[in-house]
Design a protein. Structure first.
Length: 83
């Protein structure tokens, strides 16, 4: 994967000794996946920030940007449909 240049993405880290190397927020034991799943389940941002006081609003922006960068690099191949 190409190096992502936005400084906001520096908030997303991966360390083999933290959550088995999953992408986390600033080395905390809070994974990008955990935040994305919570947001997709409808958990309000304010509630996430309350439940995880170590999180900052820019951390949530970084999670969204990280996900967008990954999706932008995804290759999609058309599936041929047979009648």
């Amino acid at each position: 994967m190409e190096q992502m240049a936005d400084p906001l993405l520096e908030r997303i880290t991966a360390n083999p000794s933290v959550l088995v190397g999953k992408p986390t927020i600033r080395g905390l034991r809070i994974s990008v996946e955990q935040i994305l799943r919570a947001l997709s389940a409808g958990v309000p941002v304010g509630e996430l920030l309350h439940e995880y006081p170590e999180l900052e609003p820019d951390d949530l922006r970084a999670v969204h940007l990280y996900a967008a960068e990954l999706v932008s690099q995804e290759k999609v191949f058309p599936i041929s449909h047979r009648p």
